[in-house]
Write a protein that binds this ligand. Structure first.
Ligand SMILES: C[S@@+](CC[C@H](N)C(=O)[O-])C[C@H]1O[C@@H](n2cnc3c(N)ncnc32)[C@H](O)[C@@H]1O
Length: 483
C-alpha cells in the first residue's frame, strides 16, 4: 500500500526547491504545497528533492512539473514516489495514446511528447559518455520511425487466479500481477488483433494452468505467429490450439515440456511455416534471414534497417577488408555487411543461432561468411587470433556490454569498431576502454528502437587515431594508407 508523503510546510518545501541554482529551467513561482521535478532520471522517472535534500524518484512526472507526491518506498539514499496530484504540467506532457498506460508496465514514457523522449535519450547517452571524459561528436544522429505498432515480437504472461480466472497480458507496473490488455499501442497490428481471441482461447482450455506464456511474432508481411509455452502436454488442449490456428489462419506452435522443451508446429490451412524469415536490405541487395522462435530478432524492423544503412555508410567498407562480427545472432549485421568486404567471421554464443547463421549465409550465396560459436564474456586464444586477423569489428553485445573484448581491442588489427548498444552505461564504460586502447569516438546515433519506453539503443563508430576536425572522420583511402 502506498505511504503518504512526509508532511512539510509549503515554505520549507519552496525553500528546498529554490535551492536548485540559477541554471534551473523551472518556473519562478512555486505553487504552495508543490514539489518541483528537476530532471528525468535515466529510467524516465522524474527527480525531485525532499526538504532535507533527499533525492526522490517520482513515477511519470516530467521536468518542470509541480506535483504533490506520495512516497511508496523509502530507501537509505533516496525515496520512490508517485504523483498524487499534478498542479502544473510540463509543456512536454501529452495524453498517453494507450488506454492501458496507467497500469501496464510495458511502456513508461507515453506521457511525454515523442520528440522530448528522444531528446531525453540523447541527453542520457551524452551525459554517461561525459562522465567517462568522452566528448560526443558535434552531431548526434537520430534513427527514428513509427512510434506505434512497431513491436514485431512480444512475450505475454499467462496466469490463472485461484478462482480460475485467466489473465493474459504484460506485468502491471512495479508488480508481478498481469494486466489484461485487449489492445496495445506499440504491438504490430496483426499481433494486437490477437489479444482478445487469445484470451478467449485460453479461457476455453481444459488446463490453462499448464500454459506458461505466449510469444507473438509478426512476419515481414505482418502475418502472425504464435508460440504457446505448454509446460505440460495436454492432448485435448493441443487439439483446441490447432483449431484456433485454423480459425485465425495463423501459424501456431507449442513449445512443450518443462525440461528441454520441444517446438511443435500445429497444422491447418495457412499455418505451420517450415521456417520463419525476415528480410533486410544491404544497399539494394535483399538478404533473407531465417530464424526460429527463441532466436534473437531485433524488435523493430524499421529501425533495424536504419542501423544497417547507417553502419554501411559510416564504415565505408573496402572490398579487401575482413570483418569480425561479435554477438552476431542469426547474421543481421554479418550478412548485411558481407557484400562490401572480402570475408566475414561471425561469432555467436548460441550454437543453434550459429547453425542458423551458417544456413543463412548459404541461402544468400555468401561463401565468404563463416559463423563460429564462442562465449564472448571472456577473451581466449581463439578470440585473440580473430582480433588479430580482422580489419573491422562489429560489436552488438547484450546489456552487460563487451568489457573483456574492449580491453583487448588495442592489440587487435582493427582500424574501426562499430558498437551497437542496448545499454548506455555499459557502452560508456566500454568506450572508455576503447579510448585507452587508442580509439576515438567518431560517430554517434541514438536509435529509437523502443519508442515510449526509456530503453535506449545506440550505435557508435570508433576509429583508431584522432577524429579529423571536419566531418569527424578520415576517408577510406586515408585509413588504408595508415594501415
Ligand atoms: C543484442 S543480440 C544481437 C544479435 C545480432 N547482432 C542482431 O543484430 O540480431 C546479442 C547476441 O549476443 C549473444 N550472446 C549473449 N551473450 C553471449 C556470450 N557470452 N557470448 C557470445 N554471444 C553471446 C546472444 O545470443 C545474441 O544473439
Amino acid at each position: 500500500m502506498a505511504m503518504l508523503g512526509k508532511r512539510r510546510t509549503p515554505s520549507t518545501r519552496a525553500r528546498a526547491q529554490g535551492s536548485q541554482g540559477a541554471e534551473s529551467p523551472l518556473p519562478q513561482a512555486i505553487t504552495p504545497g508543490a514539489l518541483v521535478i528537476e530532471r528525468l532520471a535515466h529510467d524516465g522517472r522524474g527527480v525531485t528533492r525532499s526538504v532535507v535534500g533527499k533525492t526522490v524518484f517520482v513515477d511519470r512526472a516530467l521536468p518542470g512539473e509541480q506535483v504533490e507526491i506520495a512516497v511508496h518506498r523509502e530507501r537509505r539514499r533516496f525515496d520512490e514516489a508517485h504523483v498524487r496530484r499534478r498542479l502544473i504540467d510540463a509543456a512536454t506532457r501529452v495524453t498517453p495514446p494507450c488506454e492501458h498506460y496507467e497500469r501496464c508496465g510495458g511502456c513508461d514514457l507515453q506521457h511525454m511528447a515523442i520528440e522530448a523522449q528522444r531528446d531525453h535519450k540523447r541527453q542520457v547517452l551524452t551525459e554517461l559518455l561525459a562522465r567517462q571524459g568522452i566528448e560526443p561528436p558535434r552531431t548526434v544522429d537520430l534513427l527514428s520511425g513509427r512510434d506505434a505498432g512497431y513491436r514485431r515480437r512480444a512475450r505475454l504472461g499467462v496466469k490463472v487466479s485461484r478462482d480460475g480466472e485467466v489473465h493474459l497480458g504484460f506485468r502491471v507496473r512495479g508488480s508481478d500481477q498481469l494486466i489484461d490488455i485487449d489492445s496495445c499501442y506499440v504491438l504490430a497490428p496483426s499481433l494486437a488483433a490477437l489479444l482478445q481471441p487469445l484470451r478467449r482461447q485460453l479461457q476455453s482450455l481444459a488446463a490453462p494452468r499448464h500454459v506458461g506464456h505466449i510469444e507473438l511474432l509478426a512476419g515481414d508481411d505482418g502475418a502472425a505467429h504464435v508460440i504457446v509455452r505448454q509446460l505440460r502436454s495436454v492432448p485435448e488442449d493441443a487439439r483446441r490450439w490447432a483449431e484456433f490456428a485454423t480459425r485465425e489462419r495463423l501459424a501456431l506452435a507449442l513449445r512443450e515440456g518443462r525440461e528441454a522443451p520441444v517446438l511443435r508446429w500445429l497444422g491447418g490451412p495457412g499455418a505451420a511455416p517450415a521456417s520463419l524469415t525476415t528480410r533486410v536490405d544491404a544497399g539494394g541487395q535483399p538478404i533473407s534471414l531465417g530464424f526460429e522462435p527463441g532466436d534473437f530478432l531485433q524488435v523493430n524492423a524499421e529501425i533495424n534497417q536504419q542501423l544497417i544503412d547507417r553502419a554501411r555508410e559510416w564504415l565505408e567498407l573496402d572490398a579487401s577488408e575482413r570483418l569480425l562480427d561479435l554477438f552476431a545472432g542469426i547474421g543481421n549485421f554479418a550478412l548485411s555487411l558481407a557484400p562490401d568486404v572480402d570475408r566475414v567471421t561471425a561469432v555467436e554464443g548460441s550454437q543453434a543461432m550459429v547453425e542458423r547463421l551458417n544456413d543463412n549465409a548459404r541461402c544468400n550465396g555468401f561463401e565468404t561468411v563463416e559463423a563460429r560459436q564462442a562465449d564472448l564474456s571472456t577473451v581466449d586464444g581463439l578470440l585473440e587470433t580473430w582480433l588479430a586477423e580482422h580489419d573491422v569489428v562489429v560489436l552488438d553485445p547484450p546489456r552487460d556490454g563487451a568489457d573483456a573484448i574492449c580491453r583487448r581491442l588495442g592489440a587487435s588489427a582493427a582500424s574501426r569498431v562499430l558498437y551497437v548498444s542496448c545499454d548506455p552505461a555499459s557502452l560508456a564504460r566500454d568506450a572508455a576502454h576503447l579510448r585507452e586502447n587508442g580509439f576515438c569516438l567518431e560517430r554517434l546515433a541514438i536509435a529509437d528502437m523502443f519508442p515510449h519506453t526509456a530503453h535506449l539503443e545506440s550505435m557508435v563508430l570508433f576509429s583508431r587515431g584522432t577524429a579529423t576536425a571536419v566531418g569527424g572522420r578520415d576517408s577510406a583511402a586515408t585509413r588504408r594508407d595508415r594501415r
